[in-house]
Design a protein around this ligand. Structure first.
Ligand code: PAF
Length: 282
């Protein structure tokens, strides 16, 4: 695996592959990697000839009270894991390379509508930061395809929308969520959970399953959401939202087809966990 710390080295590498006619896949990450990330690289390998992974802890997607400074930097371990998973190159841009005129006041992306709901409503500016850095990374890496996990369902939709509307020549490939045996979705944030919290956290996936069953049974969405929130609160979660939406994240009442997604974001102690479950109603 080639490690590229600046854009010139990355471009050299990518241009050589492109000259050989290789299809480039891309897996952007913020590091602190786990099995779920390595599965993204493995999926990307099935769709292209050379996978570029990036590690960049993006300051513009963290809110003022979020953990940017404390976000774990585990470059050496991550690089080993990425090489093992089969990445051909690792791009490690600095903040200065990503935001040459400074992260504050930089040119920004804003994907309207979809970024104002769910996580966007609870983390103002978060998706602007995500869309901004992903657009920059797409310009730098110039991939043919890029893999995003379904666990970050809203993020995946924001990026799909942005890529389509701005005609980025990048195929967005969604990757399934990897789960622990308990059903808990794999996430870098799980490491902040103690043993007892980890057991409790598995209730998120169980609650999503209940939301799906109720939806299929025809229970009104408002009731499903109320009951899911109450069930999680009873277990000690502080719930940001527990909602059922259409697959495009429009309100379920305005869905144009029978695809639905149940989504939860909730704090367990100081750790914010998100998960979702996609399904169809009869
Ligand atoms: O999902 C993430 O790890 C980040 O939001 C991403 C897509 C790498 C952008 O910083």
């Amino acid at each position: 695996m080639q490690t590229c710390r600046d854009l010139a080295t990355l471009r050299e590498c990518i241009n050589a592959w492109k000259r050989e006619g290789r299809r480039i896949g891309f897996v952007p990450t913020m590091g602190n990697l786990h099995a779920g990330h390595y599965a993204l690289v493995e999926l990307a390998r099935q769709h292209c000839d050379a996978v570029v992974a990036s590690i960049f802890v993006n300051p513009t997607q963290f809110g003022p009270n979020e953990d940017y400074a404390r976000y774990p930097r585990t470059e050496q371990r991550d690089a080993e894991g990425l090489a093992q998973a089969g990445a051909a190159a690792l791009f490690l841009p600095t903040v200065e390379a990503m935001y040459p005129f400074g992260a504050m006041g930089c040119v920004q992306m804003h994907v309207p509508g979809i970024t104002d709901i769910l996580c966007g409503a609870h983390r103002p500016g978060h998706f602007n930061g995500v869309a901004t850095v992903v657009a920059r990374l797409f310009n730098m890496v110039q991939p043919d395809c890029a893999v995003f996990g379904r666990k970050d369902y809203q993020q995946m939709q924001v990026i799909r929308y942005m890529a389509e509307e701005l005609s980025f020549p990048v195929e967005i490939i969604p990757a399934p969520t990897l789960r622990e045996g308990s059903g808990l979705a794999m996430s870098s944030r799980n490491q902040y959970l103690g043993d007892a919290e980890r057991d409790t956290a598995a209730a998120i996936f169980r609650t999503l399953g209940q939301m799906r069953e109720q939806c299929i049974d025809g229970t009104p969405v408002a009731q499903i959401e109320r009951e899911a929130e109450a069930a999680l609160q009873a277990l000690g979660f502080t719930v940001d939202y527990a909602e059922v939406r259409s697959a495009t994240l429009a309100p379920a009442s305005r869905a144009l087809d029978n695809r639905r997604v149940a989504l939860i974001a909730a704090f367990l102690g100081r750790t914010r966990l998100i998960d979702n479950l996609e399904f169809e109603i009869p």
